[in-house]
Structure formats: C-alpha cells, structure tokens
Design a protein around this ligand. Sequence first.
Ligand SMILES: Nc1ncnc2c1ncn2[C@@H]1O[C@H](COP(=O)(O)OP(=O)(O)OP(=O)(O)O)[C@@H](O)[C@H]1O
Ligand SMILES: N[C@@H](CCO)C(=O)O
Length: 290
Amino acid sequence: MSVLQTPVTVRVPATSANLGPGFDTLGLALDLYDEITVEAVPSGLHIDVTGAGAGEVPLDETHLVVRSMQAAFDLLGEKPAGLRLTCRNVVPHGRGLGSSAAAIVGGLLAARALVEGEDRLDDAALFQLATDLEGHPDNVAPALFGGLTISWVDGAAAAVERLDCQVPVTVFVPPTAVSTAEARGLLPATVPHGDAVFNAGRAALLVAALLHAPERLISATEDRLHQSYRSAAMPESYRLVRSLRVEGVPAVISGAGPTVLAFARGIDDACPEGWALHHLDVDAGGATVR
Ligand SMILES: Nc1ncnc2c1ncn2[C@@H]1O[C@H](COP(=O)(O)OP(=O)(O)OP(=O)(O)O)[C@@H](O)[C@H]1O
Ligand SMILES: N[C@@H](CCO)C(=O)O
C-alpha cells in the first residue's frame, strides 16, 4: 500500500439524466468538464475552487468531493495525512447537468488513484459507491463510463448497460438553480398505471431513437412521470420545453432541471434572455485520470 506523492488530475463530464421518459434510468455524458486535482500533503485540508460553485460550496470536509474521497479512503483502508484539492468547475450547480455526480465520481476516482487502489476498488465497486452517495445511478453512470447509459438498482445493487451514441445536443441553462432534493420532493408517491405504461414505451423507444432512429425522437422524449409535476419549480423551463416541442424539436427538462436539453442544433433563437446556451456532443469516454 502506498500514497502517490505526485498530483492526480481527474476530468469528469457533465451528464443529463432522464432524457424525458427514462426517469432515474437513462443518462448521457456531455462534453462539458469539471477538473479536479488532488495532492497528498503532510497535513491539513486545503481547497481551492474556481468556476461554478466558487464562493458557495463549503471549503472544509463537508465539500462533496472531499466527502466522496473520504468514502473511498474508508473502503480502501488508507488515506494521505493531508490533502490539497483544486477544483476547476465548469458544470453549473443545481441546473440538472450532473454537477453532484461529477463531484462524486471525481472524488472517488481521485482517491482511488492517490492510494493506488485500483485492485481494491474496481470500476463496478466504484460505480456502486457513487450510486450510494448520489442516491440514484442515472448521472454517475454516464459520468463514469461515458456515452448513453441505462442504469438501474436491483435491491441495493447498482447495474449499468453502456451504449455508444452520437447525437447533437443544445442546452439552455437558466440563471437560477433548483436543487435535486427540492425537485424530487415534488414527485407523487404513486402514479397512474396508464402513465407508467406510457413511459415504459417511450423509454424503450428512446434508446432505439438515440441509436439509429432520430426521426422517432419527438415521440420518444415524451414523459408523464416527472416533468409536469415539477413544472411549478421551473415554469419558464417547462414553457420552453413545450414551445420547442410544438415546433417539432425533441426537448426535455435535463435531469431534475431547470436546464432545458434539446436533441437539435440551429435553435439558438429560442434561448431566453439571461440564460446560457451550449452546443454539446456526447462524451464517449467518461471520466479520465492522469
Ligand atoms: N464540484 C462540486 N464541488 C462541491 N460541491 C458540489 C459540486 N458539484 C455539486 N456540488 C453540490 O451539489 C449541489 C448540486 O447538486 P444537485 O443534485 O442539487 O444538482 P445537479 O447535480 O447540478 O443537478 P442534477 O442532479 O439534476 O443533474 C451543489 O449545490 C453543491 O452543494
Ligand atoms: N433522475 C434524477 C436526476 C437528477 O439527479 C431526478 O430527476 O431526480
């Protein structure tokens, strides 16, 4: 067992979960990246954050990257005496683009690399730990493995099927956040059987549409399980999704919102004033360590 004395840098992609009908199941990695550098130091915890979340996230052991690193160190049975953490954040926080998944996956990978623990914590175990920390697998799966992921939980065991997929994406990012916890709190405990049937068909179709039938994307991105229930927390996003869809653009709320994701380009005029717009492609490789 040994602790690396050189810095480790992890790059983790943004992710979009749900993609319309695939609530808590479908996820897509996108080419927007957070970069985390960690270094073993003789003592203390030193955290430097620039970009998204700077001035907002805590700079102590409650920082999500540090909490995730600690979870990995506990499992690996080894940790450095002190840590220096540098976060260059590009993924916006609380917008539905998987910032918490990026922090968790980044922290776990950085910790594993720092104590050279690949043989003690393989990717499957790391994915399980990431799912436990996040509470659901649909963002951590593409953050770790890239591409399009179908992920689910069997009992407590997280599982994933990863698929190659290339599709053009535009995201419209509002200036204000909605936390995933708040958005999950708006969901009902039960849903009508007909709505579950509706989503099962659309989610299955969406995988086919993303792989080889783009003309199906407008039908395949319909949803009755979460977006309308959450509309009160993000009315402008919900309106934008509806107006794009009326124009035939396959648009959805990204993750728990409030970002709007469309499988399209050439729709920049739809961007509301004050929102950020990104043209994105699918990230095929997932998180990388160097
Ligand atoms: N890089 C980071 N460093 C530290 N804390 C982070 C980081 N990224 C996210 N967080 C924490 O997670 C919160 C955002 O997580 P939340 O699950 O609400 O939204 P999200 O992950 O951006 O969106 P979604 O889960 O819908 O894709 C932030 O407010 C912050 O507390
Ligand atoms: N499936 C999750 C994704 C956001 O983390 C949700 O919609 O609540």
